[in-house]
Design a protein around this ligand. Sequence first.
Ligand SMILES: [Cu+2]
Length: 285
Amino acid sequence: MKTLRTLATTFAFLALSLASAQVFAAYPIDGYLNMQDAASTSAERIHHFHDFMIWIISAISVFVLILLLWVMIRYNKRANPTPSSTSHNVLIEIIWTVVPVVILIVISIQSLPLLYYTDRAESPDMTLKITGYQWYWGYEYPDNGDISFLSNMVADADIDASAGQIRNLSTDNPVVLPVGKNISLQTTAADVLHAWTIPAFGVKKDSVPGRLNETWVHITKPGVYYGQCSELCGKNHAFMPIEVHAVSPEQFEEWAALAATDLDAATSFVKSITVSATETAEANQ
Ligand SMILES: [Cu+2]
């Protein structure tokens, strides 16, 4: 009985923790649980798949837990002093082979289309080329007037919190992308392995020297989104963040026209129109 009560308390605690985790953000916030709010079509589908898997995982865990408890209580040495010597049961063996196969097929019906969906854009509207360096990112916009720039982390001493800058996440030259467009993301590295990641987009792609890896994103909500290099790449691995400002296609065109000649002016322009990360988080709640 005591075991059951402990289990009930654990489940109640888990349910409470999940219920209190309904706060989302476009960047990591101390103490919050769950994933960042989806800001792309891929992330929406990934979250949907995650929620679907949680039901299957939970059902399997509860089923195995019940079986274990049943064996422990019903067939322990005291309750069952003379155990049966049965060693085979054809029906049960067929069931425990067929049922997992069916579960895997049900999962694959959901997961394989998702895998192909997130693979690459079918007809991209534009391309962003991303190069990882030790320890900063380089960006090129081949379809928008050959814009190219480097993006470094804003040092602790230079962080301007009133301008919405976040320690270890804000960059001097943020990436700017339009919402509602299919954007092909091509990534490589110039020295060692890196990985370009934006959790809110459901994007994580290894940047490999000598290889061009491809993925894509269709951003659904304007805002400021943050990510970090996600491949151990040396001593400053933790200090090469990614900051993406998602703006309307018209604002993106304006930014691109400015960036082609004056990157600083373009960056000031985009920072003046995009909401701060905190506002993005609040808007997405
Ligand atoms: Cu890196």
